[in-house]
Design a protein around this ligand. Sequence first.
Ligand SMILES: Nc1nc2c(ncn2[C@@H]2O[C@H](COP(=O)(O)OP(=O)(O)OP(=O)(O)O)[C@@H](O)[C@H]2O)c(=O)[nH]1
Ligand SMILES: [Mg+2]
Length: 598
Amino acid sequence: MYPVAMEPIRNFVIIAHIDSGKSTLADRLLEVTETVPMRSMQPQYLDRLDLERERGITIKMAPVRMRYTLAGTEYILNLIDTPGHSDFSYEVSRALNAVEGAILLIDGTRGIQAQTLSNLRSAQKAGLTIIPAVNKIDLALPQIEKVVEATAQLLNVPAKSVFRVSAKTGVGVKELLAEVIKKVPGPVAPGDRGGRALIFDSLYDDHKGIIANVRVFDGEFKAEEMRFIASGISFKPKEVGYFAPELKVAPVIKTGEIGYIATGLKEPSLVKIGDTVLVRSGAGDEKNMALPGYREAGPVVFISFYPDGATKYDDLKRAFEKLHLNDAALSFEPDANEALGRGLKVGFLGQLHFEITSSRLEREYGLQFLTSFPSIAYRVQDKGKIFVIKQPQDFPDKPEKVWEPIVNLEMLTPQNYLSAVVNLQNIFDIEVLEVKNLGENLLIEAKMPLRELIRDFDDRLKSASQGYASFTYELAGEREADVEKLEILVVEEVVPALTRIVPKKDVEREGRQTVERLKELLPKEQFSQAIQAKTQGKIIARETIPALKKKLGDFGKNGGDRTRKMKLWKKQERGKERLQGTARVDISPEVFREILKK
Ligand SMILES: Nc1nc2c(ncn2[C@@H]2O[C@H](COP(=O)(O)OP(=O)(O)OP(=O)(O)O)[C@@H](O)[C@H]2O)c(=O)[nH]1
Ligand SMILES: [Mg+2]
């Protein structure tokens, strides 16, 4: 027999749509359980990243261990706060596998929202006990009772079992916690298998090496030799411990508990999220010992990153490897660009995921880089053959057929914004399938091409509804597409980094815009430069940058500077070479940077 912790354990998550008050509710739980001293308390205490605090949103799931005595019994409570934005849903899905219960929090001022539904479905699939609570009752809005009613209907439970809380004032929080203790089952070891833990998250630490956040399923983990099943390596960790919420060393972490293992390892590829850690190294049939891991995150949009300024390719690659430990939804592979050199093609779950990753690379790793247009994968039939194309440059000029990824879209909006939201359907090629009533909100079920989702759909939906409408999506196969390859030529040569796949109806407008923008951005040369947009072998837009008229020595106020003259002269020489067809126009990183800006 392997020892279970002395006190009974409850492991649970808080899940909800963005801004429902999950992290604020976690604050109250930290207070009620006296986990964090009052003087150190600050709002959304578990949002530890600077970026989270600045943006007021949770990006990373955050585990914390608390102790609480109820009716004479002391419990160990392991809470995981999760992000609400759909771009970080991979964080939520991994947290669900580390716990037995979930508080489903509904924003009482907004009602059931898109991520409420999709997170609920995931939690039910994971077999969790769900405890519903409607938040923000301190605002005493008249619709709160309707939201309670709609929540009860959604879960098929009586309205009295939906909790009413204020994460802000703390009203109802103790009662909710008591219900968690009462209803969520304690962890049960799935048989005596000698010590197994699931890695649900990780982090690179300069001193302690890679830190693996684990849920112990059976056995005892001490700072003694352990083994990873997937990478097959054995190692002696520096320490094990709990989240307090900061790392707190402990002699052992046991069956049913959530904690961390400071592996001391420095090589990111050795630690895999979803892998199983074993206490006994090399014992028995390891394949059979593996705990169910995670399906890989499905990136929907690809953006290439190229080093810029003082940053080298290897710095960028290393930073992505480290960041991947803390953001398992990231995927990347080598890429190259004729102007920007070696880079990485990175897969993201959405626009916000991309923005957050860029900020983290800049701040946590101090890197400088340029990024490409976002792209998605298409399946193409050309000359009778069918293949998948991830890079716009590889897209054939006139393919016989193209198929594109489609998403199932669920939008939730209050009645009074329905027409504004439905009006978006023409702009974003949305096909509405059904509209249902969900309490205060209407649920619109629809289909939409993935390519449309990555054009600021999020922003447009928010502004059409003053922030009240929300959406969630999942990939749902593919369908035939009417898209074309748009190429940009400068002095007769295609610039591959500017190649895009564009819906036929937009190709002319986009071509024209890019050509005009390049005319503004490119410097004049000794020769005139034609800038063209081309699709299906036809030129659809054209601008010309006239040649420089300045003569040698004509320098205005600062004239006469010998080195400048030399430089200009050299440039003119290069210009001549170009005219003779021996060189081409090099587009500077600065121009790329400008043109790739939205
Ligand atoms: N009036 C009121 N405001 C609340 C309550 N709970 C949270 N808020 C506010 O709602 C906003 C969002 O709160 P958070 O706790 O960050 O929400 P969240 O669900 O953690 O958001 P994400 O992690 O980004 O998904 C903040 O401005 C909170 O102050 C409440 O009970 N009453
Ligand atoms: Mg939060």
